[in-house]
Design a protein around this ligand. Structure first.
Ligand code: CMC
Length: 436
């Protein structure tokens, strides 16, 4: 672990039976301090047991800080509220990648690096043709992003800083192109090539919705809303997909393969798949009259149903991203005149009822970012199957930033968790004729 500390380390004492062991404590710049247990096994013969890593800091990181109780989220020290108001997604990418906000010339140069790489090798189109038209776009993304490592050999050397930078630019630049292609493929429309004179979000909308026969005008409200969604999803410290990217990268796998592993982890409904699951759930609930029934299902321990878009592992007060997204949600619906769309009415009613319900209040289950992002994306006519894909476009910068941080950490080791073994003790092989 690197010494990301601002105080002299203290010690923690562990007593097992008659024996006492001491372990150093490190203090971060914010948040809980950690007990360094790297020597626990060698000194005591014991392992720690922490399924789901609820009390485990797997690394030292200077990228993002979350204070779940206070509902604070900082990228490189800057509060998300300020970044959402004054910045844009490409600037956030620079900030996450380099640790500081860019000066004007740095910003211009960064944009050039990104736009230079927005096109894809033409042969990648053949990959798309290999998928069924009804494939889920996340399935396509897992495949084609991993396949980038088969095309861009000059950015695979993880020990070469220039190659790492090029891989980073390529991933940020190509993700929207790939994501839009994944959508166009499912509806049988021609792929739309990127246009570098538009914004990152505007270019993505154009690649999703333009057709060669008609002029496409980017809707500025949608462009702003999508940019906000990208900013709010850009990073979230050691979540399941980022931890997956770090673990994959810890074996020195190439960055495209690592990001593909992150996309796979993101897909699940407990993580990035939640925004898609929210819309499915709202359709299933169907009418405000059915809300009590579904709330009962969510509370029933024998029913696997959960209220999608509610709850968070870290935020136990409110999710600051949800507050920003909620505001934008109302703005978008207002400007589109869709406030009385039955699905949106249902969502707002569900939010109001759940926020008063004792079960949700006592467990600190608040609407999370995905509750509102799903609604905004639906209003923007983005198909539900693309919601998690958009999350993956945004989170790519977070994944790559953590991967870069890990590669540059001199204390980095291959990730290799241990286990509490609960299987059979050693036993002898039984020949077939003797098996009962
Ligand atoms: N609906 C009903 N009950 C819930 C829900 C929910 N959405 N979330 C948590 N609970 C209950 C859970 O049953 C448990 O109750 P009890 O204490 O009586 O056993 C208690 O709340 C604590 O839940 P937990 O499973 O220990 O919490 P966790 O930190 O492991 O899970 C979560 C966090 C996000 C996976 C979970 O809240 C969930 O499944 N939410 C719905 C899916 C969702 O919206 N995911 C998106 C998260 S935000 C985007 C991202 O960062 O990826």
């Amino acid at each position: 672990m690197s010494q990301n500390t601002n105080q002299t380390p203290d010690k923690a004492t562990l007593i097992i039976g008659e024996q006492k062991f001491e372990f150093p404590i490190y203090h971060g710049t914010e948040g809980p301090s950690v007990i360094d247990i790297q020597k626990l096994l060698s000194q005591t013969g014991y392992l720690t047991y922490d399924p789901g890593f609820t009390s485990t800091a797997s690394c030292s990181s200077a990228v993002t800080f979350i204070d779940g109780d206070a509902g604070r989220l900082l990228y490189r020290g800057y509060p998300i509220e300020q970044l959402a108001e004054y910045s844009d997604f490409l600037e956030i990418c620079y900030l996450l990648m380099h640790g500081e906000l860019p000066k004007l010339s740095q910003r211009a140069q960064f944009s050039e690096h990104i736009t230079y790489h927005t096109l894809l090798h033409e042969q990648i189109i053949s990959f798309f043709n290999g998928f069924r038209r009804d494939a889920h776009p996340m399935a396509v993304m897992v495949g084609v992003v991993g396949a980038l490592s088969a095309f861009y050999h000059d950015s695979l050397d993880i020990h070469d800083k220039k190659a790492r930078d090029t891989a980073t630019y390529r991933l940020i630049a190509k993700m929207p192109t790939l994501a839009a292609m994944a959508y166009k493929y499912t509806i049988g429309q021609p792929f739309v090539y990127p246009i570098n004179s538009t914004s990152y979000a505007g270019n993505f909308l154009r690649m999703m919705f333009a057709v060669p026969t008609e002029e496409y005008i980017i809707n500025p409200i949608f462009e702003k809303a999508l940019d906000l969604i990208l900013i709010l999803h850009a990073d979230h410290e050691q979540n399941a997909s980022t931890a997956t990217v770090r673990l994959a990268g810890s074996s020195a796998a190439n960055p495209f393969a690592c990001v593909a592993s992150g996309i796979a982890a993101l897909w699940g409904p407990a993580h990035g798949g939640a925004n898609e699951a929210v819309l499915k759930m709202l359709n299933e609930i169907g009418h405000v009259d059915n809300i009590p029934l579904f709330l009962e299902k969510a509370k029933d321990k024998n029913d696997p149903f959960r209220l999608m878009g509610f709850g968070h592992r870290v935020y136990k007060n409110f999710d600051p991203r949800a507050t920003l997204m909620r505001e934008m949600c109302h703005k978008v619906l207002d400007q589109l005149g869709q406030q009385d769309d039955p699905l949106f009415e249902l969502a707002l009613e569900l939010e109001a009822i759940a926020l008063k319900d004792e079960y949700f209040v006592s467990r600190k289950l608040y609407p999370n970012v995905d509750f509102y992002s799903g609604i905004i994306l639906k209003a923007m006519k983005i198909p539900t199957s693309m919601f998690t894909v958009i999350f993956s476009v945004a989170r790519t910068i977070g994944w790559v930033t953590h991967w870069r941080e890990m590669i540059s950490d001199p204390n980095q080791k291959i990730g290799r968790p241990r286990q509490l073994y609960s299987g059979n003790v050693e036993r002898n092989f039984i020949p077939m004729q003797n098996r009962k």
